[in-house]
Design a protein around this ligand. Structure first.
Ligand SMILES: [Zn+2]
Ligand SMILES: [Zn+2]
Length: 384
């Protein structure tokens, strides 16, 4: 099949040339060259981002693919493995970009009948704060005309090729990165009475903040807190002057998120005071929660059922992952779905961000067709 061969060629080239967030120069050049060959006009957004368009006038519908790779050393053993040492498309953004190029090709063929505009948005920097999506929006790249609907997909190793998962409402969580610093004068381990002890304070703080989830959260509201790093100390006979902790807070409810962060600040100061140490908690806010619009989701469910059969369109349980597509979902009615990429004859496969992650390329034409069909339907629907 001609489309499949094209998609595979794009995907393999992109897979061999992974680039880190916001440094996707070769990737952008490749995408622009393919768009040019398709006679799809485009403009640049956030340097390495590219927005192509098919058709003209309103309504406008947008499709998005992220294009960045991860600092992961590939271990798939594939003949088309990464040629950039230390980097790999371990999150499948090579698949996303190839499928969007495929969708652009499909839509271009039907351009004379397209009564509106479809934007194909190749977005840089999904994997790194502040997220390419927020920069692209801040640049005003999706105004005039603003999309009436926006769609994106993510490859998903838990589902076999031929299935998708989507649900209206919350999909992915809001994230905050937490950075604690506990300081005291430090001193001889034999004289703990002469200094505050940041080690003991850190130990108590780590255990205490667990009660944020068990005691301060509404029982039916999902949230997770993980303390993920402890750094401090050098020797068995020295009380250190500093301990640093890191962690992450993830939830769906923005109101509770504020309460949770205030509660963490209070706990940090109170425990520090008890132990005679100085403490700070720095919060770096990540992506907001990703929310699927009901109408956009219904549309994708119908399109997917028509293409794949109703039994292959599954509900999507909200997850504590984060995705910068959330920024678009705050701005435009949006839908985001997970696309099965597990080879159907396999029970399991390596997960996202894993050095052995190897999605099945059989999913490429499915994802390209879904994107094109969703955009086509959204443009059509706006006219009735
Ligand atoms: Zn990722
Ligand atoms: Zn990803």
């Amino acid at each position: 099949m001609e489309l499949f061969a094209e998609l595979q060629r794009h995907r393999r080239w992109l897979h061999q040339h992974p680039e880190p967030s916001f440094r996707e120069q070769q990737t952008a050049a490749y995408i622009r060259q393919v768009l040019q060959a398709l006679a799809v006009p485009y403009r640049t957004a956030v340097e390495t981002g590219t927005i192509g368009w098919i058709g003209h006038g309103e309504p406008c519908v947008a499709l998005r693919a992220d294009i960045d790779a991860l600092p992961v050393e590939e271990r798939t053993g594939l003949p088309f493995a990464s040629q950039h040492a230390g980097f790999m498309h371990a999150c499948g953004h090579d698949m996303h970009a190839a499928m969007l190029l495929g969708a652009a090709a499909l839509l271009k063929e039907c351009e004379p009948e397209l009564e509106g505009t479809v934007l194909v948005v190749f977005q840089p920097g999904e994997e790194q704060l502040p997220g390419g999506a927020s920069l692209l929006l801040a640049e005003g790249a999706l105004q005039e005309p603003a999309p009436i609907m926006m769609f994106a997909q993510h490859v998903y190793p838990e589902l076999p090729v031929g299935q998708v998962a989507i649900t209206a409402g919350p999909v992915f969580a809001a994230t905050d990165e937490l950075y604690w610093t506990l300081q005291a004068s430090g001193g001889h381990a034999a004289q703990p009475n002469r200094t505050g002890d940041p080690i003991v304070a850190a130990a108590e703080l780590i255990l205490h903040v667990q009660t944020l989830i068990s005691r301060r959260r509404e029982p039916l509201t999902p949230a997770v807190l993980s303390v993920t790093a402890i750094h401090g100390g050098t020797a068995p006979n020295v009380i250190p002057s500093e301990v640093r902790l890191q962690g992450t807070l993830r939830c769906f409810d923005l109101g509770w998120r504020q309460q949770a962060l205030e509660s963490l600040r209070r706990s940090t100061l109170a425990i520090a005071a008890v132990h005679g140490v100085e403490a700070t908690l720095e919060v770096r806010s990540g992506y907001p929660p990703l929310l699927n619009d009901k109408q956009a989701t219904d549309l994708v469910e119908q399109v997917a059922a028509a293409l794949l059969g109703e039994a292959n369109v599954l509900p999507l349980q909200p997850m504590m992952w984060a995705e910068d597509f959330a920024y678009y979902s705050q701005r435009f009615p949006s839908a985001f779905w997970l696309l099965g990429v597990r080879p159907p004859d396999r029970e399991a496969m390596a997960g996202l961000h894993h050095p052995s992650f190897a999605p099945s390329e059989e999913a490429l034409p499915i994802g390209a067709a879904l994107m094109a069909a969703a955009a086509w339907r959204a443009v059509k629907m706006a006219q009735v």
